[in-house]
Design a protein around this ligand. Structure first.
Ligand code: GDP
Length: 430
């Protein structure tokens, strides 16, 4: 059976922790979309790790980790990540890189960087990891698959075809130097040797595993709001962040996904640029305090180190986020962070042009939305590390009940700290 662990919001919901936790009882963990542009923070008995490309199952020797065909594979970054794990004393993981995955090239990173420069003040706030040019090239059919690395004539042909387009852009739109196919070939062939032992038929492996009754976890990156179709376009990412895309990016049959665990924080955070709509945002001192107290080391991007924008829990966005993911259950993380507050607000509606709605709108309407808050009492104590849901203060349980009623999806896990074991389990009241 397949379980998907995906984000209900803007990313950084704590999917890494939930994946690491559930990987213990799983056989396969697959990354199926996105690239190294976001990170998952994992804290376990082996240390603190920020994973960008590797699936969060790498800490368990019994788990096979797969880089699915849907991922944007930056080979250099993957190799560096593998080395950093071994340096921290983690045994080499079981890893399969799908031979169908496409390669994120140095020219994608350059194109992303040049384009952000060109856009100046109108830039999207890209992490400049090359993700948008990568996916554009995939759908324009000028991408290069991992399998192409092993057929050098074909590789050269495909690189030359891609560069004939890129170099026009680089020289004439961006006024930058052209790239040379020979140098690129050389770099790629060197990188090929580093990943050679891992490259394989991931599609066949996954289908066989499912036939044998194995448990497969799909690990999503970012969240619903960042999906290019159902999110806050165009302030989205360039790959689909929905569980449903796992059927393509991890090659699992649609009917095999039995459980969609949607992860959401007990407050909101978004690493996006300041031009993005973020209706329940907390600014000023209050925002600074939540940012400082959030996550395990404050709310700062795992990949970029950028301060994340923070806000109150947005029930409008999260209800929609869970709906489009097809969530079967919700894991609520970071409840412990809110223990310092006298009162906690929840955004339960958006006021748009004088009307209040709880339906998440399209972007032009979202840009006009103002938050409608309901205020709840805080619990004013430290619940960090709590492992028994019943032992939580009544106000904390009331807060969770309130969120569940508004998002209309069963909250079954409530996380009380960043560590693997800091988790409570709850019976839904829906
Ligand atoms: P992901 O991309 O969805 O995996 O999320 P990130 O790892 O980028 O961000 C989540 C942050 O919250 C990380 O710093 C985690 O260590 C931390 N975290 C996860 N769950 C909890 C929790 O229940 N409490 C606290 N305080 N931090 C948590």
């Amino acid at each position: 059976m397949v379980k998907a662990i995906v984000g209900a919001n803007w990313g950084d919901e704590g999917k890494g922790k939930i994946t690491d936790m559930l990987a213990e009882t799983s056989d396969v963990v697959i990354r199926y979309q996105g690239g190294a542009n976001a990170g998952h923070t994992i804290i376990n008995d082996q240390g603190r790790f920020a994973l960008h490309t590797l699936p969060s199952g790498v800490f368990y020797p019994h788990v096979t980790n797969i880089i699915g065909n849907g991922l944007a594979l930056d080979i250099r970054k993957l190799v560096d990540e593998l080395h950093s794990l071994t340096e921290q004393g983690v045994p080499a993981p079981n890893l399969i890189i799908s031979e169908r995955a496409q390669i994120l090239m140095p020219y994608h990173v350059l194109q992303d960087t040049y384009e952000e420069e060109r856009l100046g003040g109108k830039a999207f706030g890209s992490t400049k990891s090359g993700i948008a040019p990568f996916y554009s090239d995939k759908y324009a059919k000028i991408g290069v698959q991992v399998c192409d690395l092993f057929y050098e004539d074909r590789l050269r042909e495909r690189l030359e075809a891609a560069l004939s387009i890129k170099n026009v852009l680089f020289e004439h739109l961006y006024h930058k130097p052209a790239l040379n196919a020979d140098e690129l070939m050389e770099q790629l062939l060197a990188l090929r040797e580093e990943i050679r032992p891992y490259v394989g038929n991931a599609v066949g492996f996954v289908h066989k595993a499912l036939k044998e009754g194995k448990t497969v976890l799909l690990e999503g990156q970012l969240g619903s709001m960042k999906d290019p179709d159902l999110g806050i376009f165009p302030m989205t990412t360039s790959s689909h962040t929905l569980a449903g895309f796992g059927c393509v990016g991890a090659a699992v049959p649609p009917t095999a996904i039995e459980d969609v665990i949607c992860v959401t924080k007990a407050y909101s955070s978004s690493v996006g640029s300041h031009t993005e709509p973020f209706v329940s945002e907390l600014l000023g001192k209050e925002g600074d305090e939540l940012r400082r107290r959030g996550g395990d080391k404050g709310e700062f991007g795992a990949t970029t180190g950028r301060p994340r924008r923070v806000g109150w829990f947005d029930a409008v966005a999260t209800k929609y986020g869970c709906m489009v993911q097809g969530a079967t259950q919700v894991a609520l993380t970071c409840l412990d962070v809110l223990g310092y507050l006298d009162e906690i607000k929840v955004c339960t509606g958006y006021e748009i042009d004088g009307e209040v709605t709880d339906e998440f709108p399209v972007t032009p309407r979202l840009m006009r939305a103002k938050p409608v808050f309901t205020t709840l009492p805080g619990w004013k104590c430290d619940i960090r590390g709590c492992k028994d849901y019943d032992a939580l203060p009544q106000q904390a349980k009331d807060y969770v009940d309130f969120l569940e009623r508004h998002i209309q999806c069963p909250i079954t896990m409530v996380s009380s700290g960043p560590k693997r074991e800091e988790m409570t389990y709850r019976t839904s009241k829906l």
